[in-house]
Design a protein around this ligand. Sequence first.
Ligand code: NAI
Length: 286
Amino acid sequence: RGKKAFIAGVADDQGFGWAIAKCLAEAGAEISLGVWVPALNIFETSFRRGKFDESRRLSNGSLMEFAHIYPMDAVFDTMDDVPADVKDNKRYAGNEGWTVSECAAKVAKDWGKIDILVHSLANGPEVQKPLLETSRRGYLAAMSASSYSFVSLLQRFGPLMNEGGAVISLTYVAADRVIPGYGGGMSSAKAALESDTKVLAYEAGRKYSVRVNTISAGPLGSRAAKAIGFIDDMIRYSYENAPIQKELAATEVGAVATFLCSPLASAVTGQTVYVDNGLSIMGLAG
Ligand code: NAI
């Protein structure tokens, strides 16, 4: 039977989440998505109007389908966490059951057990500010959306996972080395995510017999990355200085994600796997 994958953090066909969905679909998996609530309407409209059809095309000619598309906001665990201004916001008011716990309950009801859980989301409202100028609120928001969201997802979806399942997230080298421009506490959030990958690999490995890894990806001109501002410079820098001098394709990350979620990687857990054309090994610009 095909494996079932729930992917949180897809809102267009440009980012890593979409590419992972596509590679998993190529490998025979069924896919459901968790889409950020404020982005859901435009995603569904674009989807219906065929805007993604070209990117949905699989190698056998068919179009990638999604079993379910759920609204989700990964900074809220239960409805009790949601402040009134969000509840009343018109982009949220039309949707229901989008906190992490409610979303997991819907997946359990509609779909039963899953095999693969993908966290491909991040948000840092002050990402353009140096850490030295970041507010407490901005820092904690980055941690909440980009790090705790992963703990929360695994907490709520772990019980739905079949033994032998796999969980992955996306991280960035700024966790480990200084990347000027990646501010607002986003570097801190990625450091937490990488450390949590180890602790959660241990805990969820023992509790659910699932593996937990994170992919440290090279620069990609996704919507989120464009919001940071320096992505074109990063892509150029990587092209000039990485061992492999080519632009990173999102599908190269999708392929490694598919490997990590497959039985080929049955002994790999708790790891940060770099998929960055090798840029991270360089000590000096080449
Ligand atoms: P993206 O824009 O395709 O994906 C980010 C997604 O997060 C969006 O779909 C957005 O709607 C969603 N999101 C934001 N806040 C959310 C929330 N509270 N609840 C639910 N969803 C929320 O961009 P990209 O770049 O593909 O990002 C995916 C992951 O890859 C992120 O973790 C990012 O940090 C990581 N990454 C990206 C790199 C890049 O150069 N683009 C490099 C290394 C890692």
